[in-house]
Design a protein around this ligand. Structure first.
Ligand SMILES: Cc1cc2nc3c(=O)[nH]c(=O)nc-3n(C[C@H](O)[C@H](O)[C@H](O)COP(=O)(O)OP(=O)(O)OC[C@H]3O[C@@H](n4cnc5c(N)ncnc54)[C@H](O)[C@@H]3O)c2cc1C
Length: 474
C-alpha cells in the first residue's frame, strides 16, 4: 500500500488524542489523515482478542467520571455515550491486613446526600466505617483546605508535602481514603504525585457538583466504543490508515513504513499524537534542536498498572465495583451481573511487575477472600493478568515542567496531542481527548480552547470564594 504523497493535516497515532483531533476536525468539516501502527483504534484505552480464551477483553478497566466533560462529549459525538453505565455510589470494603480470618469486613457506602454541593458527600464520609473519628475530622479539615487552595501555585510540591503544609496530619486519612483516590486517578502515591494534579482531582471530582464523582464504565469492550469513528471520518473526506508505522517526523515531513515498504509523505500540518516515549525517539534531530518541548520529554517517567481478569463458578462480588481498603488490590469491577467475572486493578503497580501470573493471582485472590469471605476461596476458572509497564506518565512535581504545551514554539510547527501534554489533568482519557481537541483547534487557526467543553459548574457555596479559586484552568 502506498499513501498519497501530500496531506493537509496528518495525525500520527489513533489513540484517544489522535481520534479526538480527527473527530473534532471532521465535525468542523476539515479533512485529515490519521496513521496508526496497530490494527485497532484507541491505543492504551482499547480491547483486543485474548489469544488464550478467544474473548475480547479490555487491556484494563477504564473508568470515566462525571467531571470528564470533554471525554463524555467525545463519546456523545461518536454515538457511544449510550454504552456507559453510571453508578452514584461506591462500596469501600475494609478488611485490615492481619485481621483474623473470620473477622467480618466492613462495607461503607460512599455517595451523595441531598445537600447543597460540596456538602453532599459529608454524611457518608462521617458514616464511613473504615475511618476513625479523628480521621473524619481531618477529612473535613482537608475538604476546607482543598476548596481554599489555588492548585496552580502548588506544582512544585508533592501532595504529601502540601498536606503537611496545610496541617492535615492524619496517616490514617492518607492511607485509607486519599491513597486509593490518588493512586487510581494519578497512578502514583501521594508522596510522588504533584499537589496541583492531586488537587485537581479532589477539586473537580470529589468536592464538586454531585454528578462530578459519578462513575461511568463501558458495558461493551472498549474498542466497540470507537466502531462509528471510521465512518465519521470518511464522511468528512478523511483517511484512516492502520498498520502504518511512523519512523521519523518533523514539521512537514513524515517517514512511514507499511510492512517492509518505506515512504515519505508531506503535510501542511502535523499533529503528533504518539505516546511521549515514541515522540522522543521519532522526532527528527532538527525538530528537537528547534523546539525545546521535545528535549524536556526525557524527564517524564512511566508508572505501571496491572489488570487481572478472573472468572469464578460462583458469584464473588455483590457490588458493581468496590474499593478494597488497606489491601494491595485496589479496585474490583464486576464484569457481569452476577459477580462471577471480575476485573481487579492495581495502579502504581511497580512491585507487581516481576511477579508471575500465578503469584499475582494468588495475591489478588487472598485480597478477595479477605474482603468477600469464603465465597472467594473457590479456585478461579480462568485468570488473565495484563501488565502495562508504560501505562501512564507519573505526574510528579518535575513532570509539570516536562509536560509540553500542545502548541509549538514557532508558528506552524508540530502540534502535540496526548495525555502527557500540559492539560492540568493526570494521564487520563479526559486529558487525551482535551489535548486532541486543542490540537485540532490550533490546526484550524483557532484558539486552543475553542473546542473545549466547559468544566462542570462550581458548587453554589464555593462561588463566594475568591475568583482565583473558581478558575478551572491549570
Ligand atoms: C492499564 C491502564 C488503565 C487505565 N485506566 C484509566 C482509567 O480508568 N481512566 C482513564 O481516564 N484513563 C485510564 N488510563 C489512561 C488512558 O488509557 C490514557 O491516558 C489514554 O488512553 C492515552 O491516550 P493517548 O491518545 O494520549 O495515547 P495512546 O493511547 O498511547 O495513543 C497513542 C497511539 O499511537 C500509536 N503509535 C505508537 N507508535 C506509533 C508509530 N510509530 N506509528 C504510528 N502510530 C503509533 C499507538 O499504537 C497508539 O494507538 C489507563 C491506562 C492504562 C494503560
Amino acid at each position: 500500500m502506498r499513501l498519497p504523497e501530500h496531506h493537509s493535516i496528518l495525525i500520527l497515532g489513533a489513540g484517544l488524542a489522535g481520534l479526538a483531533a480527527g473527530v473534532t476536525l471532521a465535525r468542523e468539516g476539515v479533512a485529515c489523515t490519521i496513521l496508526e501502527t496497530r490494527k485497532h483504534l484507541g491505543g492504551r484505552a482499547a480491547s483486543t482478542i485474548d489469544p488464550r480464551s478467544g474473548e475480547e477483553i479490555d487491556n484494563c478497566q477504564h473508568v470515566a467520571l462525571g467531571c470528564c466533560t470533554q471525554y463524555l462529549r467525545f463519546l456523545h459525538e461518536i454515538g457511544s455515550l449510550k454504552h456507559l453505565e453510571w453508578t452514584q455510589e461506591q462500596h469501600w470494603i475494609h478488611a485490615a491486613i492481619g485481621a483474623r480470618e473470620h473477622a467480618t469486613p466492613s462495607v461503607s457506602r460512599i455517595g451523595n446526600a441531598p445537600l447543597p454541593a460540596p456538602l453532599q458527600g459529608v454524611p457518608s464520609l462521617l458514616g464511613a466505617k473504615f475511618l476513625s473519628f479523628p480521621a473524619k475530622l481531618a477529612a473535613i479539615q482537608l475538604a476546607t483546605q482543598v476548596l481554599l487552595t489555588d492548585r496552580r501555585r502548588m506544582a512544585d510540591l508533592t501532595f504529601s508535602q502540601w498536606l503537611l503544609q496545610v496541617g492535615v496530619d492524619s496517616p490514617e486519612l492518607v492511607e485509607r481514603l486519599l491513597t486509593p483516590i490518588i493512586v487510581s486517578a494519578c497512578n502514583c502515591l501521594p508522596k510522588e504525585c504533584g499537589a496541583d494534579v492531586a488537587l485537581h482531582v479532589l477539586q473537580d471530582a470529589i468536592f464538586a457538583l454531585p454528578s462530578a464523582s459519578e462513575i461511568g464504565v463501558s458495558r461493551v469492550p472498549l474498542s466497540v466504543l470507537y466502531e462509528p469513528i471510521p465512518e465519521i471520518l470518511a464522511r468528512a473526506g478523511s483517511q484512516l490508515h492502520t498498520g502504518v508505522s511512523v519512523q521519523e517526523f518533523d514539521e512537514r515531513q513524515v517517514t512511514i513504513s507499511v510492512g517492509t515498504t518505506m515512504q515519505t509523505v508531506t503535510a501542511d500540518r502535523v499533529i503528533c499524537a504518539l505516546p511521549f516515549e515514541r515522540v522522543l525517539t521519532l522526532a527528527s534531530a532538527e525538530l528537537k534542536r528547534a523546539d525545546r518541548r521535545f528535549e524536556a520529554l526525557a524527564d517524564l517517567k512511566h508508572g505501571p498498572i496491572l489488570g487481572v481478569h478472573l472468572k469464578f463458578a460462583e458469584p464473588v462480588c455483590p457490588h458493581p465495583h468496590a474499593v478494597l481498603v488497606d489491601r494491595p488490590t485496589q479496585w474490583v469491577f464486576r464484569k457481569d451481573d452476577a459477580g462471577r467475572h471480575l476485573h481487579c486493578v492495581i495502579s502504581g503497580a511497580t512491585e507487581w511487575m516481576e511477579l508471575t501470573e500465578a503469584q499475582i493471582v494468588e495475591r489478588v485472590c487472598a485480597d478477595l477472600v479477605a474482603c468477600f469471605g469464603t465465597v472467594a476461596q473457590q479456585k478461579p476458572l480462568s485468570a488473565r493478568a495484563i501488565k502495562e509497564r508504560r501505562a501512564t506518565f507519573v505526574p510528579s512535581p518535575s513532570s509539570y515542567r516536562a509536560r509540553p504545551s500542545v502548541e509549538p514554539v514557532a508558528v506552524g510547527g508540530v502540534l502535540l496531542a496526548g495525555d502527557y501534554t500540559q492539560t492540568g489533568w493526570p494521564a487520563t482519557m479526559e486529558s487525551a481527548v482535551r489535548s486532541g481537541a486543542m490540537a485540532a483547534a490550533v490546526a484550524m487557526g483557532r484558539a486552543p480552547d475553542a473546542f473545549l467543553e466547559p468544566a462542570l459548574g462550581r458548587p453554589l457555596l464555593t462561588r463566594f470564594l475568591p475568583p482565583f479559586l473558581q478558575s478551572d484552568s491549570h
